[in-house]
Design a protein around this ligand. Structure first.
Ligand SMILES: Nc1nc2c(ncn2[C@@H]2O[C@H](COP(=O)(O)OP(=O)(O)OP(=O)(O)O)[C@@H](O)[C@H]2O)c(=O)[nH]1
Length: 935
């Protein structure tokens, strides 16, 4: 038994009762009630105690004339400081309800009075003191409520901020890798829930302890285009998030029940943006839930949801609580709609059923939203699941104020009997949703069937905000080996709700609801008197042993009722405020975990982009420089090769053409009669020589081009690395088209004069004529002349001797002889003179058509054309490199800004989240109000 809970036995005896949590009913009542014994208004006076079972007795505290100055002051405080500005006192009065307060529970400060004082005061309650104590408790409750309300507002702001951030910078959701998925995350069977414990300082301590280094599984770093300029820096490998972190989420857990994949794997396989949008949905629903939580803690009523598996005995249990057969019970599934049982005073004291129309929002004052039925018609309504989804059952609780749950004098209770889980998916989902607006969950489980899978899932879902779940193990009468069954069920509870298990003596009850006797003559309802289900589990009532057993069952149930009252009424801070605190703690833990992960991700991205920028900046700079320098180098290389080729072609061709006549052309002279053929052959030979020379030049150009291409390739590889797109170059294709039909271009007709080399002929003729004349004269003049110094002198001398007349007569035969000699000479000289003559003619012709220059230009242009391609390719590559690096730099800078913003935001969120969590931690709903021990 936890010290947080009152034992139950003998409770109230000798102990000053007061309600620490009551807000609506201040324990103030008029003296007129002091001696009232009426059960319907059973307020014990300060001197009288309510007889009966060891229930928490009620007291009448204070009186119109007895309230002290301090009490009035405190009362004023309460009226003005309700945490939300409302006056609970005023509400109570307005509702016309008795202003009473239940006893203080066990941990109430009243119990800490010294024994002597306690004994002396036990039978003489001190109205002022109790009023003070109650007022202090009320203040304390209101303060907590106010703090929680503010905490909820801050959490909503925080989540809205996170939602906005999630749009700008899709949040990273921790996930695990497949190998890690299968690791058992925790010993319990409960998946993914760790933060339900909102009360343990130890656990908070561990939560706020420095977080373990986070590891990340999302490979969500954008893969940048790898450095295109030999910049091979890769982003660091993302680290892995430990499975625990992924498992730790309770509210923001992405519940992806798709296919056979584990949810963590599924998250891992999703796009970053899809995860972010799923997360957005979770955040949105969490904001909605927080808003409804705020409404719930502001709501003065407490909603108790009785749920559990189909046929677990929920209706029977509710009837047993009411001691009336109000709700239909059946062996077959019968509750198909939500039945909310309320005190009939909230319906002007009239007992009736309001069956709420589908899709209508119930308004008691608007009859169009519901149909009115009598209580006895309830069974029919409950079975008719087509027209209605819920009904409000207003009943008079026949039990006394200290026994009744509905008419408890403390707080308005709504008891909700839900359809059984597993009846169908829609209803099961509706129950899951409904529990979110509920303060207290009473989970009825069949003693025989234990917890089904849906039951477990429901409890896990409820645990997001309810650390404590009131568990009713029903049908205990049919269990033989009770000890074993109890252990088995408690073990299961330990796995499902550790906090509930820890306080199992208060929160887990083994009962037989059908054994509870119904009030005789209870009005309305489907059943009459007798036990809830008209039986006692088969026990024979005439058997004294059986009677003993019956008594035991009733006592067990009464014990349950006391615990439930304590949980719902006295421990309101726990039942009403604790769910809000639990949910807040869980959502804050989730937000902090998410923020820590994202803070680290943002930090690592920031580091990465900074590192990248440090690499990109110089790379971009050198890339720009390269582009300029290499551009020049390309030009220089291409022009160098082209000029070389041009010069080489021109020189080679000029030389070839000039020397063509001198070279051995290997054309045999066929004789005088084939002179023209010889001339043609010679022409062909000379032109072939020139053509061969052109081919040599082309070959030279080809080799030079290969060299040039290689230089460009080397440049490309050096400056572009692997990004250099090599272009295949086939040198053989160069100059493959027949370059020149030189023979056609150079059409030189052979003329007769071509055979005569006039220069040499003239020289020879002069020689021949002179010689023939000299010979003639010498012969004529005779020996007189012999011994002269030269033939010319002789000729002169002879001419003088002969006289001009004789000379004239000899001229004709001399000339004829000279002509004959000349012709003979010319014909003889053809093989020597014709090649020169033709080569000169061809050279002149080639010169006329600018052959050498044209070919030099053609060949060098061809080389230029070929070299331009890799040159341009290299230029484009360099330009692309600069462009890519610039784009990358811009993107990286943008990412740096985003990561920086995200880093600041998430580190701020971690700080704010932790602050809020410690603020929330300081709201100690378990501790007694400070100063209450003085009363
Ligand atoms: N032996 C035994 N039978 C019980 C007990 N409580 C309920 N029953 C029987 O169990 C059957 C189902 O009871 P209900 O109260 O209708 O169960 P339920 O959970 O409300 O059913 P649905 O709302 O239809 O899911 C009835 O026949 C009850 O008489 C119990 O403690 N012991």
């Amino acid at each position: 038994m936890s010290q947080q809970y009152y034992n139950g036995n003998g409770k109230g005896k000798g102990k000053a009762p007061a309600d620490p949590d009551s807000e609506e009913q201040m324990p103030i009542t008029g003296p007129s009630n002091a001696n009232s014994t009426d059960n319907s208004f059973p307020f014990p006076t300060t001197t009288m105690r309510q007889p009966g079972p060891p229930n928490p007795g009620y007291m009448t505290v204070g009186g119109s004339g007895t309230t002290s100055y301090h009490a009035s002051k405190l009362q004023n405080l309460i009226d003005t400081d309700s945490g939300y500005g409302d006056s609970s006192m005023a509400e109570s009065v307005a509702w016309g309800r008795p202003l009473v307060g239940p006893n203080f529970h066990e941990d109430s400060p009243i119990h800490s009075l010294p024994p002597s004082h306690s004994t002396s005061q036990a039978n003489l309650p001190q109205p002022d003191h109790r009023l003070h104590a109650a007022a202090i408790h009320q203040l304390w409750y209101n303060q907590h409520r106010g703090n929680l309300g503010r905490s909820i507002s801050r959490a909503v702001d925080m989540l809205e901020g996170l939602q906005e951030m999630n749009v700008k910078w899709p949040a990273h959701y921790p996930s695990v890798q497949r190998t890690e998925v299968d690791m058992p995350a925790r010993p319990s069977s409960r998946p993914g829930f760790q933060h339900t414990n909102t009360f343990s300082q130890h656990e908070f301590g561990s939560m706020s302890s420095p977080p373990q280094p986070l590891r990340r599984a999302m490979t969500s770093f954008d893969d940048y285009a790898e450095s295109s300029c030999s910049n091979d820096s890769k982003p660091p490998e993302p680290r892995l998030v430990s499975p625990q972190i992924a498992q730790e989420f309770s509210i923001l857990k992405l519940d992806l029940k798709l296919g056979a994949l584990h949810q963590a794997e599924l998250v891992h396989s999703l796009e970053k943006s899809s995860v972010a949008s799923l997360l957005d949905g979770k955040i949105r629903s969490s904001i909605k839930h927080l808003q409804s939580l705020r409404e719930r803690i502001e709501d003065t009523a407490s909603k108790v949801l009785v749920t559990g598996d189909l046929n677990a005995g929920k209706s029977t249990f509710c009837n047993a609580l009411l001691r009336r057969k109000v709700l239909p019970e059946d062996q077959l599934p019968c509750t198909s709609i939500f039945c909310e049982v309320l005190d009939s005073r909230e319906n002007g004291g009239i007992e009736e059923v309001h069956a709420v129309h589908k899709n209508a929002v119930y308004n008691r004052n608007d009859e169009s939203t519901y149909d009115v039925h009598q209580l006895k018609e309830l069974e029919k309504i409950v079975l008719d699941n087509v027209k209605y989804t819920q009904c409000k059952v207003y009943i008079k609780d026949i039990r006394s104020i200290d026994q009744s749950l509905l008419n408890n004098g403390v707080v308005d209770i709504v008891l909700i009997d839900a359809p059984g889980l597993n009846s169908d998916t829609t209803k099961t989902t509706a129950i899951f949703t409904r529990q979110e607006e509920i303060d207290v969950v009473v989970f009825v489980v069949s003693a025989m069937n234990h917890f089904t899978q849906t039951a477990k899932e429901f409890i896990w879902a409820a645990a997001a905000e309810k650390a404590y779940i009131f568990m009713v193990v029903n049908g205990w009468d049919v269990i033989r080996d009770k000890e074993r069954a109890e252990k088995a069920i408690l073990d299961q509870v330990a796995g499902l709700s550790p906090r509930t298990h820890k306080e199992s003596s208060e929160l887990v009850h083994f009962v037989s609801s059908n054994a509870i006797p119904m009030a005789p003559g209870a009005p309305g309802g489907p059943g009459g008197s007798g036990s809830s289900s008209g039986g006692g589990g088969g026990d024979d009532p005439s058997d004294p042993k059986g009677k003993g057993k019956e008594k035991e069952k009733v006592q067990d149930f009464q014990k349950l009722e006391q615990s439930l009252r304590r949980f719902v009424l006295e421990k309101r801070a726990r039942s009403k405020l604790a769910p809000a605190k639990t949910y807040l703690t869980n959502i804050l833990n989730d937000v902090i975990t998410l923020a820590e992960v994202n803070n680290e991700v943002a930090q690592s991205e920031l580091d990465r982009v900074n590192k990248e920028l440090r690499e990109i900046e110089p790379a971009l700079e050198s890339s720009r420089r390269n582009r300029m320098e290499i551009g020049d180098e390309i030009e220089k290389n291409v022009e160098g090769v082209c000029n070389d080729v041009f010069d080489n072609t021109r020189t080679t061709l000029n030389t070839t053409i000039a020397e063509a006549g001198d070279e051995c052309l290997n054309v045999p002279y066929p004789g005088l009669f084939s002179s023209f053929q010889y001339a043609d052959d010679l022409k062909d030979a000379i032109l072939s020589r020139v053509t061969a020379s052109v081919a040599d030049c082309e070959e030279y150009a080809r080799q030079k081009t290969v060299g040039g291409v290689n230089i460009l390739k080397q440049l490309g590889l050096k400056h572009l690395g692997n990004d250099y797109a090599d272009i295949q170059f086939r040198p053989s294709v160069m100059f493959s088209r027949r370059r020149d039909a030189l023979a056609k271009q150079v059409d030189i007709p052979t003329e007769a004069w071509d055979f005569v080399d006039w220069n040499s002929l003239l020289q020879s003729q002069e020689k021949f004529v002179g010689r023939s004349m000299a010979v003639t004269l010498a012969t004529a003049v005779g020996s007189r002349l012999i011994g002269g110094p030269t033939w010319f002198d002789h000729a002169i001398t002879a001419a003088k001797v002969m006289g001009s007349e004789n000379l004239r007569k000899m001229a004709v035969p001399g000339a004829a002889l000279a002509a004959v000699l000349a012709v003979w000479y010319v014909l003889n000289q053809i093989p020597n003179t014709l090649p020169h003559r033709l080569s000169t003619k061809i050279a002149a012709e080639l010169d006329a058509i600018d052959y050498v220059h044209a070919n030099s230009t053609r060949v060098s242009n061809s080389v230029r054309k070929v070299l331009r391609i890799p040159g341009e390719n290299l230029r484009t590559g360099l330009a692309r490199c600069v462009e890519q690096l610039s784009t990358k730099r811009e993107e990286t800078m943008k990412l740096r800004t985003e990561s920086d913003v995200a880093h600041k935001y998430f580190s701020n969120l971690v700080r704010k989240g932790r602050e809020q969590r410690s603020g929330l931690d300081a709201i100690d709903l378990e501790a007694p109000p400070p100063g209450a021990s003085h009363y």
